[in-house]
Design a protein. Structure first.
Length: 169
């Protein structure tokens, strides 16, 4: 599973823990508590990711065959807490902030293009472009593609970024 944290989380597999897809109105997103193995989110330690209190709205657009071609999710994301599992005193908590995720789906080849704005945490795996493992808080905008094999490729970033793995080392 991947993660996008909208802080809210990114990968669904971005942990799109923040996205509540298929809902037309406000929804409380389910709280989560995951441990992501060393070498996947951070290079030198297991990363615990916890999120509480997400409240998001999703709007979807369908094509003539009833397939989703575009979605927008926005609202108040999760309060996120990240912990270096090997050093439990090393904790970083991010208060919930607003964010928006726009997704365009290419149903012919199972790819998509995402644009995340606001406060978002994006986890890049070793198979991604650029390769991870990295876990980064972006305050601004990030655009990336996701291919049929769930490989993320960052296209553009703007704004401020914070290396969560370095902050917890």
């Amino acid at each position: 599973m991947r993660a996008l944290f909208n802080a809210r989380p990114v990968r669904a597999t971005a942990f799109a823990f923040a996205a509540v897809l298929g809902l037309a109105g406000p929804a409380l997103a389910a709280d989560f508590d995951y441990v992501i193995p060393k070498g996947t989110a951070c290079p030198n330690f297991d990363l615990r990711a916890q999120g509480t209190g997400g409240n998001l709205v999703t709007k979807e657009w369908l094509d003539e065959n009833g397939k989703v071609v575009k979605s927008i999710t926005g609202g108040k994301g999760f309060q996120l807490t990240f912990t270096n599992v090997s050093k439990p005193a090393n904790v970083l908590t991010l208060k919930s902030s607003g964010s928006v995720t726009k997704t365009a789906y290419n149903n012919s080849d199972a790819t998509s293009t995402m644009s995340i704005m606001g406060h978002n945490v994006l986890i890049m795996y070793p198979t991604d472009v650029p390769p991870g493992p990295t876990t980064t808080l972006y305050v601004g905008r990030v655009s990336f593609t996701i291919d049929a094999n769930q490989v993320f490729t960052i296209l553009t970033t703007s704004g401020k970024s914070t290396d969560i793995c370095a902050a917890l080392a």
